[in-house]
Design a protein around this ligand. Structure first.
Ligand code: GLN
Length: 189
């Protein structure tokens, strides 16, 4: 199994380490020719969604990635990655991949509370350590979306078909079970 990790900005190395610890082969996606490689899954990491969104267009990656996701490529977006995959970003006209029927709120916890650590239940996994960094949350989700975790009344993990998203950063803890979930439940369906 080969998983491509978008490596334009933000924390992609940690995702690669988790994937490799689970026995997956990985490669970094930086240029459009990287997309010629066979790919069973894709990770869009955290960072700054506006920066990653701009780079995706400037580097001619956006259209090809969107086509692949729309045709069923399993994808896992964390934090900024979740924002890029959402159908709508609250309060803006901007939309990127439009791959999962959720409305997300950027920087949703305010300046002071934007970064925090907690542990909470995630459906299909159990209690998961969760690191939030200037995090978004999911304001609302369509009927086809499975809500996987709620923290303080806010949806922080969800899945629709081939698309998994978390508002937190599972790659920043030593616990690789969310990546395992992606491999076992989203890639291998
Ligand atoms: N606040 C960032 C954004 O809006 C996301 C933060 C993150 O990925 N850690 O893109």
């Amino acid at each position: 199994m080969r998983v491509g990790v978008l490596a334009l900005q933000g924390g992609f190395i940690e995702h690669i380490r988790h994937l490799q610890s689970l026995g997956a082969d990985t490669f970094e996606i930086r240029k459009c020719w990287d997309l010629a490689q066979p790919m069973d899954g894709l990770i869009i990491p955290g960072g700054e969604s506006t920066t990653i969104g701009k780079l995706l267009n400037d580097l001619d990656l956006f259209d090809d990635l969107k086509k692949k996701i729309d045709s069923g490529l399993p994808v896992f977006g964390t934090c900024a990655g979740m924002i890029l995959l959402a159908r709508e970003i609250a309060g803006t006209e901007t939309v990127y991949f439009d791959s999962i029927d959720i409305i997300v709120k950027r920087n949703a916890y305010g300046r002071q509370l934007g970064s925090f650590f907690t542990e909470a239940e995630m459906t299909g996994i159990g209690t998961v350590p969760m690191t939030f960094i200037r995090a978004p949350y999911i304001e609302s989700a369509g009927a086809g979306v499975e809500i996987l975790s709620v923290v303080n009344g806010r949806i922080v993990a969800a899945r629709e078909k081939n698309v998994l998203v978390t508002a937190f950063h599972p790659e920043l803890t030593s616990d690789n079970r969310v990546h395992r979930y992606f491999i076992e439940n989203v890639i291998r369906i």
